[in-house]
Design a protein around this ligand. Structure first.
Ligand code: HEC
Length: 447
């Protein structure tokens, strides 16, 4: 239950539509060509080089636009995955863009881990593009990748920080807040490990969370931090510091773990290995924290050697006097759907709200059979407007909305999730990776 959603004012070019040039007299595409492609790409992607032959891609100013737009990639794995170099459908084109896959260095783990045949991150052998250059290109694709007009703010290019590779290492202690460390555990070949562990530490009692950081060893599926509802019966409160697996050796749910899960209140979570997330200024997540927190790591190991899981979590907390608005968790989902074997099924779920929500984060959660997860605004004048889409169940994009997406009273969200059940048995909602899920998570505040 719950809801959330967000808008994409951040991504909408509407407010600057009439502007056709920036102060330097250049439109967005021209800036991409001159300040990014001509600087970092055209040495290789130019007529006559072996690189141009290997990639079948020329990025010099005379042809770059037509070489990229609505063009099928040269790379076979990318073709098989249904990607195009750059489409013009906006947000949905972003996650089908092979150009975006090839340059999006912060997603590098995913790129090499999940797409071994996609070749190298570009620019090949050189420093990654800066975060500003990536964001500029991202906004251009989200705006439909036009060859004229200003659809991204060129001041973004002043962010010259570059993503750097990272190893797994402990996080520095937070200045104000608490660090949790889930100690190393083994994940046997061709298996998965998911458990809960409760801590109370010295944080029992209300906390206001302004920021959180995560660092996980590779092959993680997710980490979630839950609180417990105030009404949790004492008899079901798990002991502290004890690892409670979700399944026994036969793969069956362990009842006591299962019962404690009924009282969980979602706190924070991610499917990214490394995360440093700050709430908007003055906004904090409230957690009553009467019974401490329950930590939930989940690892898959599809390889034939044992791997090690390990997690560090920093929860940064602020004094209530610094909090102007309380953030709430949006959680909308359906757990009664049914996916017949051998069929493609689309599940639609709507939820409406009777107050104004300011949604500043959205992300979807599903498992392996999910091929597409779209979120639309439901009700009101914007009914049917696409605000989020994911084609990647393992790394669904986490959409941050600044300014927030405003959902007016009577409006809500429509979740449209498509599943391809290629298995030879029917599948329904459940907690195993072979079960399915359909959840929209987000964060919002109200007036
Ligand atoms: C040092 C040479 C070099 C540089 C610099 C370089 N590339 Fe590439 N690029 C290649 C080679 C070689 C391939 C083919 C192999 C591969 O995909 O890894 C390629 C492939 C690509 C592809 C995939 C084409 C397809 O359809 O399969 C894209 C997209 C791409 N490059 C974009 C860029 C962009 C954008 C830049 C600049 C930010 C860039 N490249 C810089 C050498 C280079």
């Amino acid at each position: 239950m719950g809801v959330f959603f967000t808008g994409c004012e951040k991504d909408s070019p509407a407010s600057i539509e009439e502007v056709t040039q920036d102060f330097t007299g250049r439109n967005t595409w021209k800036i991409i060509q001159q300040d990014i492609l001509d600087q970092s790409c055209t040495d290789c992607h130019t007529v006559g080089t072996s690189f141009a032959e290997q990639s079948d891609l020329i990025l010099t100013a005379d042809v770059a636009y037509s070489q990229l737009i609505d063009r099928v990639p040269h790379n076979q794995a990318a073709i098989d995955d249904g990607l195009e170099l750059v489409g013009t459908e906006g947000l949905s084109s972003l996650y089908k863009s092979y150009l975006w896959e090839k340059i999006n260095a912060p997603d590098k783990d995913h790129f090499y881990g999940d797409h071994p045949f996609y070749g190298s991150i570009m620019p090949m052998g050189l420093d990654f593009l800066t975060n500003g250059q990536l964001e500029f290109i991202r906004q251009w694709i989200v705006a439909g990748a036009p060859n004229s007009g200003v659809v991204a703010d060129s001041t973004i290019l002043q962010d010259t920080v570059r993503f750097e590779d990272f190893l797994f290492e402990p996080l520095a202690l937070p200045e104000s807040g608490i660090q949790y460390h889930i100690e190393p555990f083994e994940v046997q070949p061709n298996s998965e490990v998911e458990f809960f562990m409760r801590t109370t530490g010295d944080t029992s009692g209300p906390v206001y969370i302004s920021r959180y950081e995560l660092m996980m060893r590779p092959n993680s599926h997710h980490y979630i931090l839950y609180g417990f509802s105030n009404s949790t019966p004492a008899a079901l409160l798990p002991p502290e510091g004890v690892v409670r697996p979700i399944r026994d050796e036969n793969g069956d749910y362990i009842l006591s773990t299962f019962l404690s899960m009924q009282y969980h209140v979602f706190g924070l979570g991610t499917q990214w290995r490394r995360l440093d997330y700050s709430l908007p200024p003055g906004v904090a997540l409230y957690n009553s924290n009467v019974h401490g927190f329950d930590h939930n790591p989940h690892y898959f190991n599809y390889s034939d050697t044992t791997i090690i899981g390990e997690v560090y979590v920093n929860v940064h907390m602020v004094d209530p006097s610094e909090v102007e608005r309380i953030a709430h968790i949006l959680q909308i989902g359906d757990n009664s759907f049914y996916l017949p074997k051998g069929q493609v099924t689309t599940v639609v779920e709507e939820e409406y709200f009777d107050q104004t929500l300011y949604v500043f984060e959205l992300f979807s959660h599903a498992h392996e059979l999910n091929t597409e997860f779209a979120i639309e605004i439901a009700g009101g004048e914007r009914d049917g407007e696409l605000v989020y889409i994911s084609y990647d169940y393992e790394h669904p994009p986490v959409l941050e909305l600044d300014p927030p997406l405003v959902i007016n009273p009577g409006e809500g969200f429509r979740l449209i999730a498509t599943y391809d059940n290629w298995r030879d048995y029917d599948v329904s909602f459940g907690f195993l990776s072979t079960d399915e899920m359909m959840i929209l998570f987000g964060k919002y505040y109200t007036d």
